[in-house]
Write a protein that binds this ligand. Structure first.
Ligand code: PMP
Length: 460
C-alpha cells in the first residue's frame, strides 16, 4: 500500500468520509417543521453556543428526565433509549445518585490531599484488568485519557508514529483530534499517523478474512513507518471498532495484529470508552474478549454514569518514563465525588450482574433483528456482542453498497416511534444500538416493531 494511502486512509469499496459527529444532525433547512418552542431553543442554542455544536434529529428532542433505559421529553413523551452508553448502568440510577449526593454534601476537592476513596477505587478497578496493569491515573474525559495515553506511549517507546483505524474517533484535544481519522476532513492529522482499515467482517465475509486483512494493513503501516525513518509509537484502537461501523468479530480476531505491534516495539492502547465496563458481556473490557494484553487502557463515559470521570491504566513500567519525569495534575480528575460515582457504577455492575445480562440480552436482541432481516432485505448485516449492536443497511439483499439516505431516514422514523438511536460507520449507514445496560429483554419487541415500521415508512 502506498504511503499516502496509509496517511489518509482508504476503505475498500466505501467512499466519502462522514464524521460520526456530523451524520445524524439537525440542519437549518429542517427549521420550518419545528414547533415554536423547539425552534426557539434551537435558535438560542445557535446564538449563545455558536456554530460548532450539533443536534441529533431533524426534529431535535428536548429531554428532561430519564430512568433505566427510558427518557422523557418536555411534553412527558417516553422514549426507549437505544443509544446512550453514558448512563451505563441506567439513567438516574438511584445508587449512583445517592453516592454522588452523599459525597457532594461532605467534601469535594482535588487529588493533592490524601483521600482513601480514590485508593480503594483504584485497587478495585485494577482487579478488573486481571493482568499486569498495576497503576491508574484519573482524568475527566475520554479525550483527556487518550491524550495522556498517547503521550505516555511516546515517552515509553521514544517513537512518534501511531496507527489508528480509518473512521476512529478518540476525542477532541489537539493531539487526540490529530489521531482521530473520523475528523480528517476538518482537522489536521498528525504527520506521523498511519491509518488502517478496520476489520470489516461484513465486506470481508468472515472474521478470519477480516482479521487477516487487518494484520496485513497493520504490517504495511509499520513497514511504512520504519522505511520512512519515523519510529513506531504504537497502535490506538477501540476493539469494538464502534465509529468504524461496529466490528467486534470473533474473539481473537485482531490478536495477531496487536501482537505484531508489540513485537515491533510499539505500545498498544486499548481505548475502552465504548466497549468497556461490561458492555460486551463476554468480558469486562472489550480487549479481554480478544485475549489481548494492551500496554495502556483508557476509559471514559460509562465510568461515572454521566459524572465526568475517566482513566488511563497501564503497567508501572510503561507509565514511568512519562510519569516519573513530570508532575501531573488534573484538578477535577479523580475528585472524591467523581470517585464516589465511579465506585457506585462498579458496584452496580457487579451487584446487578450487568455483564451476564448484557451478554444474554444482546443475543436475544440480535436474534430478533435477524428475524426481521428475513422480511427486510435492506438489513444487510446484524452484528455485535453484548449490548453493542450494528445493523447495516444496504439497498437490498444483492448489494453491500451503503444505504446512507435510508439509514438517516430510519433513525428519524424511529424517533417518531419513540425509539432513540443513531448511525455510525464511514457512510453513516450502520444503525448503532448501544442502550444503557439495564435494557431488558422485555424492551426488544418495542424496538423490533418500531424498526419494522421505520423501515417500511422509509421505503425499504
Ligand atoms: N474514545 C472513543 C472510542 C469515543 O467514542 C469517545 C467519545 N465518543 C472518546 C474517546 C472521547 O471521549 P470524551 O467525549 O469523553 O472526551
Amino acid at each position: 500500500m502506498a504511503s499516502t494511502e496509509l496517511r489518509n486512509g482508504s476503505r475498500h469499496g466505501l467512499t466519502g468520509k462522514a464524521s460520526i459527529l456530523d451524520g445524524n444532525s439537525f440542519r437549518a433547512e429542517n427549521a420550518p417543521a419545528l414547533t415554536a418552542r423547539t425552534d426557539s431553543l434551537v435558535q438560542r442554542r445557535r446564538r449563545v453556543l455558536g456554530p460548532a455544536y450539533r443536534l441529533f434529529y431533524r426534529n431535535p428532542v428536548e429531554v428532561v428526565r430519564g430512568r433505566g433505559s427510558r427518557v422523557w421529553d418536555a411534553d412527558g413523551v417516553e422514549y426507549l433509549d437505544l443509544y446512550n452508553n453514558v448512563p451505563s448502568v441506567g439513567h438516574a440510577h438511584p445508587a449512583v445518585v445517592a453516592a454522588v449526593q452523599r459525597q457532594m454534601s461532605l467534601l469535594n476537592t482535588h487529588t493533592r490531599y490524601l483521600h482513601e476513596a480514590i485508593l480503594r477505587y483504584a485497587d478495585d478497578l485494577l482487579t478488573t484488568f486481571a493482568g499486569p496493569i498495576d497503576q491508574v491515573m484519573f482524568v475527566c474525559t475520554g479525550s483527556e485519557a487518550n491524550d495522556l495515553a498517547l503521550r505516555v506511549g511516546r515517552a515509553y517507546t521514544g517513537g512518534q508514529a501511531y496507527i489508528a483505524t480509518s473512521e476512529a474517533y478518540h476525542g477532541n484535544t489537539a493531539l487526540v483530534s490529530a489521531h482521530s481519522p473520523a475528523l480528517s476532513d476538518c482537522e489536521p492529522m498528525d504527520p506521523a499517523l498511519r491509518v488502517v482499515d478496520p476489520p470489516d467482517t461484513y465486506r470481508y465475509g468472515s472474521s478470519d478474512a477480516a482479521g487477516a486483512a487487518f494484520l496485513a494493513s497493520v504490517r504495511a503501516a509499520i513497514d511504512d513507518i520504519e522505511s520512512s525513518g519515523d519510529r513506531l509509537a504504537g497502535l490506538i484502537l477501540d476493539t469494538s471498532f464502534s465509529s468504524d461501523g461496529i466490528y467486534p468479530g470473533r474473539p481473537g480476531m485482531i490478536r495477531a495484529a496487536v501482537e505484531l505491534v508489540r513485537g515491533r516495539g510499539g505500545v498498544v492502547i486499548a481505548d475502552e470508552v465504548q466497549p468497556g465496563f461490561a458492555r460486551t458481556g463476554e468480558s469486562f473490557w472489550g480487549y479481554q474478549r480478544h485475549g489481548l494484553d494492551p500496554d495502556i487502557v483508557t476509559t471514559g463515559k460509562p465510568m461515572g454514569n454521566g459524572f465526568p470521570i475517566a482513566a488511563v491504566a497501564a503497567r508501572s513500567e510503561v507509565l514511568a518514563p512519562f510519569a516519573g519525569t513530570r508532575p501531573y495534575f488534573n484538578t477535577f480528575g479523580g475528585n472524591p465525588v467523581a470517585i464516589a460515582a465511579a465506585q457506585a457504577v462498579l458496584d452496580v455492575i457487579r451487584d446487578d450482574e450487568l455483564q451476564s445480562h448484557a451478554l444474554a440480552t444482546g443475543e436475544s436482541l440480535r436474534a430478533g433483528l435477524r428475524e426481521l432481516a428475513g422480511t427486510h432485505p435492506a438489513i444487510g448485516d446484524v452484528r455485535g456482542v453484548g449490548l453493542y449492536t450494528g445493523v447495516e443497511l444496504v439497498p437490498d439483499g444483492t448489494s453491500r453498497e451503503p444505504a446512507t439516505g435510508l439509514a438517516l431516514d430510519v433513525i428519524e422514523e424511529l424517533r417518531a416511534r419513540r425509539v432513540l438511536t443513531s448511525v455510525c460507520g464511514p457512510a453513516n449507514n450502520v444503525l448503532k444500538l448501544r442502550p444503557p445496560l439495564p435494557f431488558a429483554a422485555a424492551d426488544i419487541p418495542q424496538l423490533i416493531e418500531a424498526l419494522d415500521g421505520a423501515l417500511t415508512a422509509s421505503g425499504a
